[in-house]
Design a protein around this ligand. Structure first.
Ligand code: PLP
Length: 347
């Protein structure tokens, strides 16, 4: 019923405590979430390591899921530990060496008033192989972004530093439009006309050796990758700064890159300014960062990040949750192969 063509490697998912075949499932058309986007979710990655797959910062992701649920007043029907174990279980069940993991909590079938008082909270977790979000070429050569005239929902309107399903309609619309216009990804402003973030990625810039990003008061989701990379930068001896990023800061940066669970660390090498849509596209101005290639700091931070997620840096082992209890268990299930040859599958 549901082919897994765009979910490579997915054979089963977890739903309310049970494992179900990937191609099965029914959601009633009057489910609350279908009408109002009343869901919260997470995006997590597991990477191949010498000890079998390890989930990057799983505890922080599950904590954020609870925080997102609290923002919409949703009671999570499982404990933190149960959801952590369910993520490990679904990885083992799908026998994946690396994957993107998607927990989702949504209001199901009950009533359709704006207050979902009769709706059960459904909990699901799926996982599949998902390569570089903005392409492996984007990671190695950098991406061309479009600075959008649109403003991300403001932090004074609601807590936008969480992952609420309905909030993502804005990201869906402009990620699609940006690609239709021929760019790799868009960048939202905030209401203050400063740089906010991408539709699913934070932005970090580098200027004169200082690694800088913004925070939730600039109407961004404070990503777990962003926070990790800032910590890595500090550990590598870079001066770091959390402060607003003006449009001029962005255009004049020595380097810039996206961070995100899906996008990982993707250098930004060109920015086209489309803030004034009364100007025809051919006249939108394009800024090249540095020499148009990923810069030294971006490459260093991306390399360190990849080493950490793949378990090659013991100092950050605390950021990894191993999927199997022992290396022997991992080897037995994964046929002795502890690396995933499909890591660079593009979607
Ligand atoms: C809007 C938005 N900003 C930033 C991020 C990056 O967050 P993280 O690094 O936690 O994946 C995401 C992805 O979750 C996102 O959807």
């Amino acid at each position: 019923m549901f082919p897994n063509d765009n979910f490579p490697g997915a054979t089963s998912y977890w739903q309310n405590g049970e494992l179900k075949p990937w191609d099965s499932g029914e959601v009633h058309v009057m489910s609350h979430v279908l009408h109002y986007g009343s869901s919260v979710f997470e995006g997590i990655r597991a990477y191949a390591t010498h000890r079998g797959p390890a989930i990057f910062r799983l505890e922080e992701h599950i904590d954020r899921l609870f925080k997102s649920a609290s923002v919409i007043g949703m009671t999570v029907p499982y404990s933190r530990d149960e959801l952590i174990e369910a993520c490990r279980l679904v990885m083992r069940e799908n026998r994946l060496a690396s994957a993107y993991i998607r927990p989702n909590l949504y209001y199901g079938y009950g009533n359709l008033g704006l207050t979902p008082s009769k709706c059960p909270v459904e909990t699901t977790i799926g996982c599949w192989e998902w390569g570089a979000y903005l392409g492996s070429k984007g990671i190695s050569e950098g991406v061309h972004v479009l600075l959008l005239p649109w403003k991300r929902i403001h932090h004074s309107q609601m807590n936008a530093s969480v992952k609420l399903g309905g909030l993502y309609v804005q990201s869906n619309i402009f990620a699609t439009q940006t690609r239709e216009l021929g760019y790799d990804e868009g960048v939202f402003l905030n209401l203050e006309n400063r740089v906010a973030e991408g539709p699913g990625e934070n932005i970090i810039i580098v200027k004169d050796g200082v690694v800088k990003t913004n925070d939730m008061y600039e109407s961004v989701l404070e990503g777990i990758t962003r926070t990790s990379v800032m910590e890595i930068a500090k550990d590598l001896g870079y001066q770091t700064e959390i402060a607003p990023i003006t449009v001029e800061d962005f255009f004049e940066a020595d380097e810039a890159f996206f961070t995100g669970t899906a996008a990982e660390v993707t250098p930004i090498t060109r920015i086209t300014d489309s803030r004034d849509r009364s100007i025809p596209q051919e006249q939108w101005k394009t800024y090249t960062l540095g020499n148009g290639k990923p810069g030294e700091a971006s490459l260093k931070l991306a390399g360190q990040y990849m080493d950490i997620v793949h378990g090659r840096n013991k100092n950050y082992d605390g950021w990894l949750t191993y999927v199997y209890d022992s290396v022997a268990d991992a080897k037995a299930v994964l046929n002795g192969s502890l690396r995933n040859e499909n890591e660079n599958v593009e979607r």
